[in-house]
Design a protein around this ligand. Structure first.
Ligand code: PEP
Ligand code: MN
Length: 344
């Protein structure tokens, strides 16, 4: 259940409800939001009836959570979650942009891309140090050397770093450097990794699995949330279909469908969704029009030389075009819905 407190509820009122829940052996979390404080007790309904809590001082009302996603469900929070990644708010009014190469290849490559990403006004840089590749013979990422470069580039350009953790064994190293830890599509159901991410102090970007349903994706988020990490962002990155013209199929409809079911922010990655540079900008536009809270794209200073995902990397000029177009679409939507948070 979600216990919504009155606007004037005092810390003592909140404390009394928490004490009652604790005495009944129920795990509960206090959630602060600009509107009011709430207490989330995902499994309380099995033990306590709402009419035991509703008459308590400072309690406004009790909302049952009937969804199987006890923490990710839209009922589990008083409003949409906004995740703060080094000052960039994801899930609020502004469209969040994340951009960079698929992988860290060299100091020169990383710094060149970071320079124009920063110039575009984008504040979050993506680049993999550990790459989950289909072939064991393909470029696997530069590991620790890449993480050191990411630390350096963050200092140089004041960018937040988004980078992937591919296994529990190297999670600590990635967590140390990342401002947002990515869990890739191939690991969406790596439950040990999800649990480790759930114990992290860093926000988590959870990509949708290669052929995962919306329900499977939300249960994966639930693994992270239920370990205590409440800063989860979902990322649609295309799913496997029979279409041969593109690497994957961007599931545009899952963006509003996910936002109807969960309070978590939902962003889109049109680079892995299409695998083709010429399709990335149109699909990014579609995702933003569908209500995505942000866009993550791959861009490279010399896509022809890239060690991974060159064909989908935007050239610097394409990237600037993308930034202009997607922010323009977002502004248009905001004009039609002043004050809106983007849940369509
Ligand atoms: C990536 O972002 O570089 C990546 C490997 O993505 P995905 O897990 O979506 O394939
Ligand atoms: Mn890639």
């Amino acid at each position: 259940m979600l216990i919504l407190m009155d606007q004037g509820a005092t810390p003592e009122h909140v404390g009394a409800v928490m004490a009652l829940l604790e005495a009944a052996g129920i795990r509960a979390y206090v959630q602060e939001s600009p509107a009011a404080t709430s207490i989330l007790a995902p499994h309380a309904s099995q033990v306590l009836k709402a009419d035991r809590i509703e008459p308590m001082d400072g309690v406004n009302r009790v909302v049952p959570i009937t969804s199987p996603f006890k923490l990710a469900s839209a009922d589990a929070a008083p409003g949409r979650t906004v995740v703060d990644v080094r000052g960039v708010k994801i899930g609020g009014r502004d469209l969040a942009l994340i951009a960079g190469p698929c992988g860290v290849e060299s100091r020169e490559q990383l710094f060149t891309v970071a320079r124009y990403v920063a110039e575009s006004g984008t504040r979050l840089l993506r680049a993999g140090a550990y790459k989950p590749r289909t072939s064991p013979y393909a470029f696997q990422g530069k590991g620790l050397e890449a993480l050191d470069l990411l630390e350096e580039v963050r200092r140089e350009f004041d960018l937040g770093i988004v980078t992937e953790a591919t296994e529990v064994e190297t999670f600590d190293e990635v967590e140390r450097v990342a401002d947002l830890v990515q869990i890739g599509a191939r690991n969406m159901q790596n439950f040990a990794l999800l649990k480790r991410a759930g114990r992290s102090t860093k926000p988590v970007l959870l990509k949708r699995g290669l052929s995962a349903t919306l329900e499977e994706w939300l249960f994966a988020a639930e693994y992270v949330l239920s370990e205590g990490n409440r800063n989860v962002i979902l990322c649609e990155r295309g799913i496997r279909t029979w279409s041969a013209h593109a690497r994957n199929t961007l599931d545009v409809s899952v963006i509003p469908a996910a936002k109807a079911l969960t309070h978590l922010p939902v962003i889109a990655d049109p680079s892995h969704a299409t695998g083709r540079r010429d399709l990335v900008i149109p699909c990014a536009r579609a995702a933003v029009a569908a209500g995505a809270d942000g866009i993550m794209v791959e861009t490279h200073c010399q896509p022809g030389q890239a060690l991974s995902d060159g064909p989908q990397a935007l050239l610097p000029s394409d990237f600037f075009q993308l930034v202009g177009q997607v922010t323009g679409i977002r502004d248009l939507l905001l004009k039609d819905h002043p004050g809106a948070t983007f849940c369509f």
